[in-house]
Design a binder for this molecule. Sequence first.
Ligand SMILES: Cc1cc2nc3c(=O)[nH]c(=O)nc-3n(C[C@H](O)[C@H](O)[C@H](O)COP(=O)(O)OP(=O)(O)OC[C@H]3O[C@@H](n4cnc5c(N)ncnc54)[C@H](O)[C@@H]3O)c2cc1C
Ligand SMILES: NC(=O)c1ccc[n+]([C@@H]2O[C@H](COP(=O)([O-])OP(=O)(O)OC[C@H]3O[C@@H](n4cnc5c(N)ncnc54)[C@H](O)[C@@H]3O)[C@@H](O)[C@H]2O)c1
Length: 484
Amino acid sequence: MAPEEFDVIVIGGGPAGENAAAYAIAGSDRTAALVEHELVGGECSYWACIPSKALLRPGEVLGTARHMPGVEEKVNAYGLDVEAVLARRDDFTHDRDDSSQVLWADAAGIDVIRGSAALTGVREVTVGGRVLRARHAVVLATGTTASVPDLPGLRDALPWTSRDATNVREVPKRLAIIGGGVVACEAATWLHELGAEEVTLVVRGSGLLERNEPFAGELVAEKLRKHGVNVQFATSVQSVTRQTPAATGIGRVHGGPVTLTLGGEAGDPDLTVDEVLVATGRTPATGGLGLEHVGLSDHGYVTVDDHLTVTGMDGNWLYAVGDVNGRALLTHMGKYQGRVCGDVIAARAQGRALDEPRFVASADLGQVPQVVFTMPEVAAVGRTESQCRADGLDVEVVTVDINVAGSALSRDDYSGRASLVIDRPTDTIVGATFVGSGVAELVHAATVAVVGRVPLESLWHAVPSFPTVSEVWLRLLEERRKPS
Ligand SMILES: Cc1cc2nc3c(=O)[nH]c(=O)nc-3n(C[C@H](O)[C@H](O)[C@H](O)COP(=O)(O)OP(=O)(O)OC[C@H]3O[C@@H](n4cnc5c(N)ncnc54)[C@H](O)[C@@H]3O)c2cc1C
Ligand SMILES: NC(=O)c1ccc[n+]([C@@H]2O[C@H](COP(=O)([O-])OP(=O)(O)OC[C@H]3O[C@@H](n4cnc5c(N)ncnc54)[C@H](O)[C@@H]3O)[C@@H](O)[C@H]2O)c1
């Protein structure tokens, strides 16, 4: 059978792949195929960002209502309506039906091809019995899958991964979570709110959210503990036993009780729970992708340059965007890389030079924003103080409590903290962190300041409105002006 020709072939229909395909052909008569073996929309739409945030928001709303005189008297006797929360989550994930995303692809001029794709040669992709040939580019956008550590008994116990936690149907009464990162902290928050009575975070390190400023993890741990979540640091799982594992389906308890044998500084006793959630990071989805057919390793992240072009290959025809390149495992960064990559493919297809900033994924390099939707939220951009020092930057740090009229008005128990990391030679912000209720919406101002390299002297004239939580910017700048 003759190969089918497309200008661009994208493998993986998650947010990164969708954007790369759309930008590569926008406003032209170029053609694109998007190959997807599961659901168009990817991990984010059905298993990750969207369902998790749909599950977290009701708890945040209830928490605020419980600390608001005039409202708290009405709600204090009630908890969440779990069925309604799960139903709203299912609305957001369209019950895992991707037809609206396929309609979007059709409208953008992208051909969706169902099946598992593998590289079988230079510019050649095979899907089932079909051979596809790319005139200009092949883009790898296959994302990542949950890592399950190779611990004795763990895989046989059929533990939950993030897919079960986000698609929860049956809330375990007793839950152990292995890991202290973003998935562990967010999942502990929503599962506890949904009725998990005994939640234990088993953390091998000494803090939560270790890629953030230390105060962020400390405040999240403090609040989790205050709400009754057990957070155990410096504890490792030695082995796991479950007598009756059962493949009951996504989001249901996978059998009888599970016992974790723990090894830690405190000589921790065994922990017996109804379910164990593994939240120990991600593995790039490169298995079976045929990377070896084009001379690349099929292990680890696919390395790219700042044009998202795979390094070590001739001909500038192979690209990788999103989680699979390991640059920043976040939907918004994958989409950003998809936009840059699509523009690069279009420019190269037209024989144009890559001489404009939009052809370089510069935001990946120390300007990445992220919001962790815990209670309190953690919103940060750029580098932490310790990352800056490790990179040899001459920095100073200002930190203040978030204690302004806007925060006091937003809820009676408001507490939070904010910090700026300032590059002394340029007097610009290279990192910012906000911890508190509702700070998710504060971070974009910081992102603009970091990316725009706005001098602090100019920020003095960016006056925050009264009475908003944004007034913390003024407190930070005032703190900076204090004579040391
Ligand atoms: C629980 C959880 C919550 C998260 N919350 C957030 C959040 O709030 N905000 C945020 O920014 N990020 C969040 N993330 C991270 C976010 O989900 C990822 O960064 C994002 O999904 C990556 O997008 P992607 O397009 O690179 O990959 P994916 O979304 O993983 O999509 C890859 C697609 O490729 C397909 N595929 C793989 N191999 C093949 C193949 N060989 N052939 C055909 N198709 C293939 C897969 O089926 C999949 O659809 C969260 C992650 C988790 C686990
Ligand atoms: N709101 C958001 O933006 C959001 C939400 C969820 C996930 N994500 C993304 O998804 C990615 C994955 O999240 P994650 O929490 O799984 O990973 P992570 O890298 O954030 O945290 C992994 C945790 O597991 C621990 N760990 C790793 N291996 C272990 C082992 N063998 N035994 C015990 N502990 C081990 C680490 O010390 C760490 O605490 C993140 O990079 C994040 O960017 C983003």
